[in-house]
Design a protein around this ligand. Structure first.
Ligand code: NAI
Ligand code: MG
Length: 526
């Protein structure tokens, strides 16, 4: 049904551009399909939308350009999806602005809540398909994808719950006036997301934007657009009105930039590299957009001698190897107190050797493929650099297999603080381990970074844990755990790791602005 109507609208646009009936026929047949059947590695077949999602329907790009999406575990193509250009951004922003102005920003809170609750339910119902899409498109293990999808539905539901709890303040300014403040939505929000958690980042962006009455134009990463398009169809089913959510897969430099510069886009929310974050801030500056950024990291993970060492080892392994190391807050710098250094390193080596790397769909696979050839090359280049810098490879250090972008989980030991592998975000399963002696020593080393996204502390001494957490410059501190996200707990960075917080109540501040109202009272003495 939808398929036919989308094809029809595509064809009609073809006519509108050419004004010729025979070009109608040509376009109908030359245009790529807007939905394709895809057989997942687990044997089930589903229908994947491949069009841009604009104003409530899947449509081809204005210039009919498509791009190939590949499976990083096999290096084989999965499908072709339409690639948005600047004309499509224009259409998407127009649709989002119309939806904002005409009804969504003033809709009853209950309307917004219902949409988000329904969307959360649908994500749950489609969880297995969504997880499989994510593993196929990104390469991460199915176990990781299932965890992502579970947090997506929890987070969307949590967002829905805020709809009727967005309070303002009454402000006492004396008896001759009545003053209060309310929080209002911003307008059309441009949202640009990365490829490491495609669906989770989609939910972190659209959830708080929608519940506060904004509309969105979201750009998924070039390499992983499938889950966002599949979820767009769930938005339709959940009753999210046309134009409220628009999805435009395409190039960061072209349409990412167009969103950042568009005068009708009032806010940019971005997750990705610090370098691109800087460009986005510059491009958004001209129209003074509100900007929130979740950027890179090089997070320290500290093991004190009094920790439960077996648990600590599992946490430092999970800290770096979870999601194939493609995690902005990965605990990529491990610091171990000198008296237990050798013991922890040996336990860490043994535990790492037990992690199964390979086909994301195999049972028990812990670590799947890196997401692209570009990431594989970057990681292997850093391994080479680490060896040249004189760091010792304890385990790993190589590509695994000749097909698929698999990398062995890799531990570098005896590193020095000024090595590039200790300074730079590698974004793969590569960890550095070094010794420290005192609290002062490790706090100094941990904080010696341009980044400040997260930090881990492992100790049985709760007083020490709290005291050290106060001194660490990071947006999230995990104590005796790591990569432990929760929909109610804000997440975001100090320093060059970003601006703003996602999840929890803090995320709502990114999507609202304060309006103050002060009214004179004529008869204050009555
Ligand atoms: P990137 O930051 O360039 O890409 C992230 C998103 O930004 C994508 O959707 C991309 O299309 C878009 N983008 C790129 N250039 C843009 C521009 N000029 N204006 C607007 N949007 C733009 O990251 P990339 O190149 O994919 O990965 C390189 C490195 O970045 C990784 O190795 C990793 O170190 C880091 N990274 C960090 C992430 C995080 O979660 N903090 C996520 C992804 C990458
Ligand atoms: Mg892909």
């Amino acid at each position: 049904m939808l398929h036919t109507s989308c094809l029809r609208s595509a064809a009609v646009r073809g006519i509108a551009r050419s004004g010729m009936a025979n070009s109608y026929v040509l376009r109908l047949y030359s245009s790529a399909p807007l939905r394709v059947p895809i057989t997942l590695p687990n044997g089930t077949t589903y229908t994947q939308p491949t069009g841009l999602f604009i104003n409530g329907e899947f449509v081809p790009s204005a210039d009919n350009r498509t791009t190939e999406v590949t499976d990083p575990s096999t290096e084989l193509p999965i499908a072709r999806v339409f690639k948005a250009g600047t004309a499509d951004v224009e259409n998407a922003v127009k649709a989002a602005k119309t939806a904002f102005d005409s009804h969504w920003s003033t809709a009853d809170p209950e309307v917004r809540a219902k949409c988000l609750f329904k969307l959360a339910d649908l994500v749950e119902q489609h969880a297995e398909t969504l997880a499989a899409i994510e593993s196929m498109d990104n390469g991460k293990s199915l176990e990781c994808s299932r965890g992502d999808v579970s947090l997506v539905s929890k987070y969307l539901r949590s967002c829905g719950g805020w709809a009727d709890k967005l309070y303002g303040n009454v402000i006492d300014t004396g008896k001759e006036h009545f003053a209060y403040s309310v929080r209002e939505p911003l307008g059309v929000c441009g949202q640009i997301i990365p490829w490491n958690f495609p669906l989770l980042m989609w939910s972190w962006k659209i959830g708080p934007a929608l519940v506060t009455g904004n509309t969105v134009v979201l750009k998924p990463a070039e390499t992983t657009p499938l889950s966002a398009l599949y979820a767009a169809q769930l938005c339709q089913e959940a009753g999210v009105p046309a134009g409220v959510v628009n999805i435009v897969p395409g190039s960061g430099r072209v349409i990412g930039e167009a969103l950042c510069k568009h005068p009708d886009v009032k806010k940019i929310a971005f997750t990705g590299s610090t370098a691109t974050g800087r460009t986005i801030m510059r491009n958004a500056a001209e129209t003074v957009k509100k900007v929130t950024l979740e950027l890179g990291g090089k997070s320290p993970n500290i093991v004190f001698a009094d920790a439960d060492l077996d648990k600590a080892v599992k946490n430092i392994a999970h800290g770096i190897f979870f999601n194939s190391g493609e995690v902005c807050c990965a605990g990529s710098r491990v610091y171990v107190q000198d008296s237990v250094y050798d013991e922890v390193l040996e336990k860490f080596r043994q535990y790492t050797a037990s992690l199964k790397v390979g086909n994301p769909f195999d049972k028990d696979t812990y670590q799947g493929a890196q997401t692209s050839q570009k990431q594989l090359d970057k990681i292997l280049d850093y391994v080479k650099r680490g060896e040249e810098e004189g760091a010792r490879v304890v385990i790993g250090g190589k590509r695994r297999g000749a097909k698929g972008y698999f990398v062995e989980p890799t531990i570098f030991a005896d590193v020095k603080e000024d090595m590039q592998i200790v300074k730079d975000e590698i974004f793969g399963p590569i960890v550095t381990v070094s010794k420290f002696s005192t609290v002062n020593d490790v706090v100094h080393k941990a904080n010696d970074s341009q980044y400040g996204l997260a930090a881990g502390i492992h100790t049985k001494d709760v007083n020490k844990a709290i005291a050290v957490s106060r001194r660490l410059k990071a947006g999230t501190i995990w104590i005796n755990t790591y990569n432990a996200f929760h929909q109610s707990v804000p997440f975001g960075g100090f320093g060059q790791s970003g601006i703003g917080r996602e999840m929890g109540a803090a995320a709502l501040e990114n999507y609202t602005q304060v309006k103050s109202v002060r009214m004179a009272i004529d008869a204050p003495e009555i």
